[in-house]
Design a protein around this ligand. Sequence first.
Ligand code: CA2
Length: 144
Amino acid sequence: MTDTVYVLNGPNLNLLGLREPEIYGSDTLDDIAAMLEDRARELGLAIDMRQTNHEGMLVDWLHEAQAEGARAVLLNPAAYTHTSIALLDAVRAIRTPVIEVHLSDPATREPFRHQSYVGMAAARTVKGLGARSYLVALDAVAEL
Ligand code: CA2
């Protein structure tokens, strides 16, 4: 096993910080990556941060995390959280622990966000803390 934690981000999160700051905060994904890298250094971990707008790419990266011996995956599947059985299956298919991360708390938003397929297989879920959700999830990797 390596010390690398994959941080995988789904559709539209490349626009973070540019729109809807009242829901998602004003940090960009690059800001979050910088915060995670600082915290990872303190924890003796390394971060591999990625974003894609494509569901299958997230599936491929989950498989890669296992093949490369990643320590864990922090996964914000964005809207695929609520639709993707392919991601649920991928999280179940790998032994690498996956922590589901959300900036907002989907359970307090529209009803269509209340279901999380990824959450059915994730080791833990951290949500509703804005950018800090990612930091709390990274700290949780040490407890897995
Ligand atoms: O709260 C989260 O982290 C979400 O995963 C964000 C997703 C949403 O579909 C989930 O229900 C909860 C949406 C990400 C879209 O990101 C945007 C970034 C900038 C402007 C608009 C959306």
